[in-house]
Write a protein that binds this ligand. Structure first.
Ligand code: FAD
Length: 371
């Protein structure tokens, strides 16, 4: 069966990897002209993430290119150290720059997957035996299945599904920067490579990065410490991301011959373990398709395994990283202080691992049938 994937971020190439291994013919269409190398560090944690990476045979390469984990140091406006979040919590078991991971996945699939860069789907028309697809540039084609792996603002989702993005009260900006110090004032966290602030939902042009940088700079106005220097670094950064912290609510992530995966299916803009979730879901979706007679049965298995798992991974780190009030900030810092003094090795790490491990992975590594 020919399968079309929209999006060559993390979920798209991970799914292409497994589908090829199970014998499907795969085409990936990506709007950008080449794999997008942007993004800060993403991490993997817990048995499910590590098992899938090991089964892909990519764990050693990811470890070879991993970042050096560092503690997150929280200071006040005068630069006084107020709390420390240990690296074991912030960096998981292995942490890597998102761009490097995206490149590893692309390299692992480029030889036997057809990539169409600089293009996008313009229409989908499904009947009983397939989906007719038109593209902005490539000629029309027919596929057995279409999978939307085209991120938080998925066009495939927009065409086939209804869903709701709930705004969670914060906006976040990420940018290239060294260092791991973060200044907290109520409702704001401003630091190396990361700025989070509480506000009403803002409207802005998603393509106008300059205007977005101005919004973030305004949100940082009046804060002392190294903040003016951090804002300058952000303004000069080519690797910049800005968006509302929001969570996607979907009743279902498959319909007919179309399915969603990754941020397109259950994204949280930030802090939702999106990368680990994407690779685990890719393994489950491809494995389900390889081990069931029909895509309908496979999609049912995919929904039943992945939807509850994903729900548990959709966190909102805003109130935790940038508590809204002075007492809230004081309480969070006290909590970190107490926890750091207790002899409970690994306690920080275990806080997130429960959600990351909350799936029983079927062993699809050698599926019974190859198509
Ligand atoms: C440039 C970039 C930087 C990121 N930086 C971070 C970060 O620093 N920290 C973090 O936690 N997460 C980051 N993310 C999000 C993170 O990659 C995801 O949360 C997670 O890895 C799941 O990946 P995904 O493949 O579902 O989504 P994404 O990684 O967002 O990939 C979606 C892909 O779909 C493509 N696409 C979008 N619309 C279309 C369309 N209409 N047609 C064809 N292709 C389309 C996009 O160009 C992109 O390549 C970033 C994403 C991107 C694209």
């Amino acid at each position: 069966m020919d399968i079309l994937i929209s999006g060559a971020g993390i979920a798209g190439p991970s799914l292409a990897f497994w589908l090829r291994r199970f014998g499907f013919a795969v085409t990936v269409v990506e709007r950008a002209p080449a794999p997008r190398d942007g993004g800060q560090a993403v991490d993997f944690r817990g048995t499910a993430h590590m098992t899938v990476l090991r089964r892909m045979g990519l764990l050693d390469e990811i470890r070879r290119q991993q970042t050096t984990p560092a503690d997150m140091v929280f200071v006040d406006e005068h630069g006084r150290r107020r709390a420390v979040l240990p690296a074991e919590f912030t960096a998981g078991e292995v942490e890597i720059l998102r761009g490097r991971l995206s490149r590893i996945l692309y390299e692992a699939t480029r030889d036997d997957v057809e990539y169409l860069f600089g293009d996008t789907i313009t229409s989908l028309a499904e009947d009983e035996s397939g989906v007719d697809v038109t593209f902005q540039h490539a000629p029309p084609r027919r596929f057995g299945l279409v999978i939307g792996a085209d991120g938080m603002h998925s066009a495939v989702r927009g065409q086939v599904f209804s869903g709701r993005l709930d705004f969670l009260g914060y906006h976040v900006a990420g940018f290239a920067s060294d260092g791991h110090e973060y200044c907290n004032v109520p409702g704001r966290l401003i630091g190396d490579g990361l700025i989070i602030f509480k506000s009403a939902e803002l409207t802005y042009d998603r393509r106008d990065l300059l205007a977005q940088k101005e919004i973030v700079a305004d949100a940082c106005a009046g804060v002392g410490w190294r903040v003016p220097e951090i804002v300058r670094t952000m303004c000069e950064s080519d690797d910049f991301f800005f968006g509302p912290v929001s969570r996607l609510r979907m009743d279902r992530i498959t319909r007919g011959r179309v399915a969603l995966i990754g941020d397109a299916a259950y994204g949280t803009t930030f802090g939702g373990m999106g990368t680990g979730l994407a690779i685990v879901s890719a393994y489950v979706l491809a494995g389900s398709l390889a081990t069931h007679r029909s895509h309908t049965e496979a999609f049912a298995e995919y929904e039943s395994l992945v939807r509850p798992y994903a729900k548990g991974c959709q966190g909102n780190p805003g109130p935790f990283l940038a508590p809204a009030t002075k007492p809230g900030l004081w309480l969070r810092n006290r909590l970190f202080g107490v926890m750091a003094r207790l002899p409970l090795e690994g306690m920080f790490a275990r806080m997130d691992i429960k959600a990351a491990n909350n799936i029983t992975l079927p062993d699809y590594a050698r599926p019974p049938q190859v198509r």
